[in-house]
Design a protein around this ligand. Structure first.
Ligand SMILES: C[S@@+](CC[C@H](N)C(=O)[O-])C[C@H]1O[C@@H](n2cnc3c(N)ncnc32)[C@H](O)[C@@H]1O
Length: 359
């Protein structure tokens, strides 16, 4: 966990960035449509039919003072999450997966935002109790371990000669992904080819089944402050959706989920209410040029609606093709390894010990 001093600094930087962004937002928002992306509040998802979405993968606001959270109280934050989850629950197919990447609030200052010292506010019970009402149960939990480089940096920031013994704090380097399953029987495509194309290979399963995934985080300077890595979305989409199905992200941010979903021959649909991210989303989807965007999207949507065509888009998904298996996050730090092993655990411990030795 970062120190309170550091958090205050981050708060100040966010407020400054927010102000500058607000001033420039109206000037820089592209004015044409982005098919499959709704620039509106996901509390209203009237565009989606009930039971029409094969998978939902998202990372909601955490309530940690990010620029897109400015002005929201904790109660308003919860109200937003509850309302969006309710709409998501209706849109998902029976037996479908709702995968949520959300961390505890590590610097929680109480419901009014004034308490000191800050504490951890656990969040799983919040999501669990909302989704339980809509017939979901928590099926699995994945721990996303966010890499070593920034881990070492955090440790150096958090230790000095003045650090009091027995007052050490844990440096937060992981986030959970909760796998919720909706009750009911999941529809399976009639086309056997789709089923074969969608299945994980044994080696993919062996990489993904262990509950700790080490995937380096993405730097926060890519047009959105909290982008998750493509690889995270890729694994979830490969595991829990069929080729040709609709994958929804109600808190779209920079567009990662739908970009990866489309790369994998799924139909990616998203909602984002903050227009500051429209240009970033378009760029991520390869739609920066307005005219080209319209043409490209028409072609994309026509293709992915036709499931047979969608299969052709990803001929090597099931074959363990190096092109897919070795895919790394181009704008993140290089991936160190796929799964938590004893070696990694040992390395974490060794690094922590080295960093905690007095200089
Ligand atoms: C944590 S970010 C998602 C980042 C994303 N996973 C990525 O890789 O870029 C959450 C996003 O949800 C958006 N958001 C929050 N509440 C929303 C709502 N009710 N409807 C639509 N978007 C919302 C915020 O503006 C923010 O961009």
């Amino acid at each position: 966990m970062v120190s309170e001093k550091l958090w205050n600094k981050v708060d100040r930087m966010n407020r400054k960035a927010n102000k500058a962004d607000n001033e420039s937002a109206t000037k820089s928002v592209p004015d044409h449509d982005v098919p499959g992306v709704y620039f509106k509040d996901a509390r209203d998802m009237a565009e989606l039919g009930d039971n029409s979405v094969g998978l939902i993968f998202t990372s909601p606001p955490y309530h940690i003072g990010m620029e897109f959270e400015a002005g929201y109280t904790y109660a308003e934050h919860l109200e937003n999450i509850k309302a969006v989850l309710q709409k998501c629950a209706k849109a998902l197919v029976p037996g479908g997966i709702f995968a949520i990447n959300v961390a505890n609030i590590t610097n929680f200052k109480g419901e009014k935002g004034t308490e000191k010292p800050t504490r951890i506010q656990p969040m799983l019970h919040v999501y669990n109790s909302i989704l339980k009402k809509y017939g979901f149960h928590l099926q699995d939990e994945i721990i996303w371990l966010k890499g070593f480089n920034s881990f070492t940096k955090d440790i150096n920031v958090n230790y000095s000669d003045e650090t009091a013994h027995a007052e050490y704090r844990i440096v937060n380097r992981h986030e959970p992904i909760y796998i919720f399953k909706k009750k009911g029987e999941r529809p399976v495509p009639e086309d056997e080819n789709i089923i074969l194309q969608s299945r994980l290979s044994r080696s993919e399963w062996q990489s993904y089944a262990p509950s700790v995934w080490q995937i380096n985080s993405v730097r926060g300077d890519k047009g959105h402050p909290c982008v998750f890595p493509d690889e995270l979305a890729r694994r979830i989409i490969r595991m829990y959706s069929y080729v040709g199905e609709t994958v929804l992200d109600p808190f779209l941010g920079s567009g990662t989920t739908i970009k990866v979903a489309r790369d994998l021959g799924r139909e990616g649909i998203g909602y984002e209410r903050d227009l500051r991210y429209k240009a970033t989303i378009m760029e991520k989807l390869g739609l920066t040029h307005a005219a080209a965007a319209d043409d490209a999207n028409e072609g994309y949507l026509a293709k992915t609606r036709n499931v047979a065509e969608a299969v052709k888009l990803i001929p090597q998904v099931h074959t363990g093709s190096p092109a897919l298996e070795e895919q790394t996050e181009s704008d993140s730090e290089p991936e160190v390894s796929l799964i938590m092993s004893e070696g990694i655990e040992k390395e974490i411990n060794e690094r922590a010990e080295t960093a905690l030795e007095p200089a």
